[in-house]
Design a protein around this ligand. Structure first.
Ligand code: MRU
Length: 349
């Protein structure tokens, strides 16, 4: 399976997702600012993957702090964490990972700076290992929802590339295949960054899972034709009431799925649930550079002088969501009550 991100000799190596599938190249980050740039420019993307990158970025930043004074070290670490958490606004996994790194420092007592630095590196590596295990658990639970021969529509890329490995939505597909059920995936191309056409297609092809790419606008027609049995997507943030922020276009797919009585599943780790936001309306939506819409491969495709809008995510209201697949099991409506139950049980375990 492809390695999305790795910690190697006190550097961070990431596969460059801007270049796939035409080139398989890697970006090496030697300081935390280059990690922030990589997250902003989508070298690495996908909620859990940017959480891992942020944790590793904080660890890298911590290693480069040149002081033996604990208070000064912590003040500098705090500033790095603030900068890192601001890299992208929608995926809560980013700030979740940064908070987890800060907790390591807060709980470290009066340890020497060097000891604390190695603890931070260990924690970042642990977040990566845990993420892969979580995705496998999501897969195990989610695959039960898919019968042999299911034709799954997915939007964006919620696969190994979007996580530490294995994937959330695509983890469900992988697990179903591993359980001996042949699954066919239809991948929305996912304009404007083409995560579906470039990344989901590349990753599934590599895994030997049948995949066909469709234009985003073809999803409704194919549902009407009875060619789609289930939708499985990932999430960037889930509100306390079950509203889901995910890649722009997800909402359209969810509304269409409901119209055609097709189940719409969201696969995500518990770290994607943000109980501090009551509904999707409170989730910040990232607006990206309009050139992602007006240009293709550096060439303008929209008449000069015409503007564009480029919201990168949308909110799918919980009434369109059939179930949320987590590492702790499949959560069904009513989401407000059931999400609290699962989160509380996970905390007390
Ligand atoms: O802008 P991106 O590519 O980071 O958006 C990614 C998505 O919307 C994914 O569906 C989501 O992060 C879940 S990834 C397991």
């Amino acid at each position: 399976m492809v390695k999305t991100i790795a910690w190697k000799d006190n550097q961070i190596v990431m596969i460059d997702q801007r270049k796939l599938p035409l080139q398989e190249t890697y970006v090496v980050c030697k300081d935390y600012r280059s990690v922030i740039r990589a997250i902003k420019h989508l070298v690495i993307r996908g909620a859990p993957a940017i959480g891992v990158a942020a944790a590793m970025g904080v660890a890298l930043g911590a290693l480069k702090i040149r002081t033996k004074d604990r208070d000064r070290f912590e003040a500098r670490l705090d500033a790095i964490c603030r900068e890192m958490a601001a890299a992208r606004p929608t995926a809560v996994n980013l700030s979740w990972a940064v908070k987890r790194m800060k907790r390591v420092a807060a709980q470290a007592g009066r340890q020497q700076v060097r000891e604390l630095q190695s603890r931070l590196v260990a924690e970042a590596k642990r977040i990566l290992v845990e993420d892969i295990a979580i995705n496998r658990a999501i897969g195990r639970h989610g695959q039960r929802l898919l019968k042999k021969g299911t034709r799954v529509l997915t939007h964006c890329n919620a696969g190994a590339l979007a996580t530490g490995g294995y994937g959330t939505a695509l983890g469900v597909v992988r697990a179903a295949m591993e359980a001996g059920k042949r699954i066919e995936v239809l991948a929305d191309e996912t304009r404007p960054f083409l995560q579906g056409a470039r990344l989901t297609a590349w990753e599934l092809m590599g895994a030997g899972i049948p995949v066909t790419v469709i234009a985003d606008s073809a999803a409704g027609y194919l549902m009407q034709q009875g060619k789609i049995d289930a939708v499985v997507v990932g999430a960037d943030r889930i509100a306390a009431n079950g509203d889901v922020a995910n890649k722009i276009g997800t909402y359209m797919v969810a509304v269409l799925a409901k119209t055609h009585k097709i189940p719409f599943y969201v696969a995500a780790p518990l770290s994607t649930i943000d109980a501090s936001v009551r509904t999707g309306k409170e989730i910040p939506i990232e607006n990206r550079d309009n050139r992602e819409v007006t240009h293709f491969k550096g060439k303008r495709t929209v008449p000069d002088g015409v503007g564009a809008r480029n919201p990168a995510f949308d909110i799918t209201p919980h009434r369109y969501v059939s179930a949320i697949i987590t590492e702790k099991g499949v959560i069904k409506p009513p989401f407000r009550a059931n999400l609290v139950k699962v989160l509380t049980a996970a905390r007390t375990r």
